[in-house]
Design a protein around this ligand. Structure first.
Ligand code: ARG
Length: 575
């Protein structure tokens, strides 16, 4: 099936060309939704200057050449020179039929690109914070969406698993015993483990000396040290995976490509930068100075690639990352789903990589900036009821709140509530992250997130469950609802038209990387469906109408489930 915009764009463009000549080939007709008809064409206003005619006359000329037979039932010039187009009911119905028959619900398959997505990236032996949660959720939605569009997505979980703190963490793990209850904190309450290690480090000089020696051993590839390090990373992985499972995130151990992965490349990265004349010694450190990056008093801001003690840092690792993603992973497009605060770091890394020849111009690289999540006090959310924030505890709270909601409604039996509550909780938390622009801040408000009304995950899940219940009452499998659609009522027509927009919306999310556009679309669709369901009886309608409306319901269910699936949200059949 086709969306109105995709059909009308070439038709209007052809009319413009015929009316004003070949030099107007490819003019964007600027098709938008209209308040007065189905769509409006705005092109005449922009063209008026170029052709030296009043816009209304330009519009009239376009109409003379416009052939929308079978697509539109009315074309009108209005206002200062808009064209208002009304779609033909038969055309709308035919598109709805095609949509209902399409297992992809109108989402096209694009020419495959290799897209590398860097997201989640928590740190070993540290609590994941709500910022990590947000990159995880947004990154996962983008990964699912791009994959569904046909791209070859490579997930990269760039966990923080390397660097100086590991000396202290390894020593602490050895001290408490690898199989002790304290060691298991890494899996259940990592910050408690980290804090304990830190305290030992700060309070005991002998421990601190051992920790420093341990860093050297780790970086020198000492086998026994590496074995303890592996154990530590393994425990953290269990923690990450528990969060990923609770949230139904697609990341697996295969996607892990932490900082340690690049350790062996760092010396070469520095050498190549020196050879290229890009890196220079400054106060003992090896630095890259880029044009246009100056700090206070116009002083150049360096990108430090080797510290004066010979150690490498976050920037060096990220340079190696870019190099690897292009050279080895063959990326056409690279997305870094990372906090807004790391923007300068990324810009400098990419600029350096460009100059070094590691990042060709035809590889698109995008920082999908993740905004802060705030507490009720509008400060970055770090604590809850005075205690440091534990993500797992937060998710448990969300499950409890979802469970309370299901208990209140009491239309499910106990065992089903047990299964559904975690799905509702995940939907609530994820949708809250996804439904606001990824680079804006928002206040974490659990009560609002789990609410069954408003622009929330659970609201959309309820909409899908209601559709399932219609089919249960009808005794029909939604996949078997294939009777032709007729659009006679305005609410039917509005629903059919709304359904056609999933494809264009998903394409847009793939291009502009804004999952909140898909959320907004699905929320609108659910509301459009509600109006339809209020105004157009389905099960009580006469035979033909009932069958037509069931097809519309089946298509709505598929669009909703597909859209939610791309966001990483499951829609239970009963709620
Ligand atoms: N581990 C980092 C943090 O917690 C995020 C890493 C993001 N990815 C990257 N390639 N720098 O802030």
């Amino acid at each position: 099936m086709l969306s109105p915009e995709s059909v009308l764009t070439p038709l209007v463009a052809a009319a413009v060309e015929e009316a004003f000549g070949a030099e107007f080939r490819g003019t964007d007709p600027v098709i938008r939704p209209s308040q007065f008809a189905d769509v409006q064409v705005n092109a005449a206003l922009a063209l008026a200057k170029r052709v030296g005619m009043p816009p209304r006359e330009v519009a009239a000329r376009i109409v003379e050449h416009l052939d929308v037979e079978g697509v539109c039932s009315a074309v009108e010039v209005s206002g200062p020179g808009f064209l208002n187009l009304t779609l033909d009911d038969g055309w709308v119905a035919a598109q709805a039929d095609a949509l209902a028959a399409d297992p992809r619900a109108g989402v096209p398959t694009q020419e495959a690109q290799r897209v590398v997505i860097d997201y989640s990236a928590p740190n070993v032996a540290k609590e994941m914070h709500v910022g990590h949660l947000r990159t995880t959720v947004v990154g996962d939605a983008l990964a699912r969406t791009l994959e569904h569009l046909g791209h070859d997505v490579v997930r990269q979980n760039h966990i923080g698993d390397w660097g100086t703190p590991f000396g202290m963490l390894i020593e602490h793990l050895l001290e408490v015993g690898e199989d002790s209850a304290e060691a298991r904190l890494v899996e259940t309450d990592p910050n408690a483990f980290y804090q304990a290690a830190r305290q030992r480090y700060d309070g005991d000089e002998a421990f601190a000396a051992r920790a420093r020696a341990r860093v050297v051993a780790l970086q020198g590839g000492d086998e026994p040290t590496l074995a303890v390090w592996h154990r530590l990373v393994g425990l953290s992985r269990l923690y990450f995976n528990r969060i990923y499972t609770a949230l139904d995130v697609t990341l697996t151990d295969d996607d892990l490509a932490g900082e340690s992965t690049y350790d062996a490349d760092l010396a070469a990265v520095c050498d190549e930068l020196v050879e290229a004349g890009l890196a220079v010694e400054s106060e003992g450190a090896l630095c890259v100075f880029l044009d246009g990056y100056t700090g206070r008093e116009g002083r150049p801001v360096p990108l430090i690639v080797r510290k004066s003690d010979g150690g490498y840092g976050y920037a060096t690792t990220d340079l190696a990352t870019v190099r690897h993603r292009v050279r080895t992973l063959g990326a056409h497009r690279m997305l870094y789903v990372i906090g807004v605060t790391q923007s300068l770091h990324l810009q400098m890394v990419w600029q350096t990589a460009r100059l070094a020849g590691w990042l060709p111009d035809d590889v698109e690289v995008v920082h999908v900036q993740i905004g802060n999540v705030l507490g009720e006090d509008r400060k970055i959310l770090r604590t809850r009821q005075g205690a440091p924030l534990r993500l797992m505890a937060l998710l448990d709270e969300a499950v409890a709140a979802s469970r309370a909601l299901l208990d209140e409604r009491a239309n499910l039996d106990e065992p089903t509530r047990d299964v559904v509550a975690p799905l509702v909780a995940a939907a609530a938390v994820k949708y809250a992250d996804l439904s606001v622009a990824h680079d804006s801040e928002y206040v974490f408000d659990l009560e609002r997130m789990v609410a069954p009304t408003g622009n929330t995950g659970p609201y959309l899940q309820y909409a899908a469950a209601r559709l399932h219940s219609i089919f249960r009452s009808a005794g029909l499998d939604p996949d078997d609802a294939a009777a032709p659609v007729a659009v006679t009522e305005p609410a039917e027509r509005a629903l059919a038209l709304a359904l056609l927009e999933l494809g264009p919306t998903v394409v847009e999310v793939g291009r502009h990387l804004k999952p909140h556009r898909l959320c907004a679309y699905l929320f609108d669709l659910a509301q459009t469906f509600s109006v339809f369901y209020e105004q157009c009886p389905v099960l009580k309608a006469d035979d033909d109408t009932r069958r037509s409306r069931l097809t519309l319901c089946a298509a709505t269910l598929r669009v909703l489930t597909t859209g939610l699936g791309l966001l990483g949200i499951r829609a239970p059949e009963r709620m």
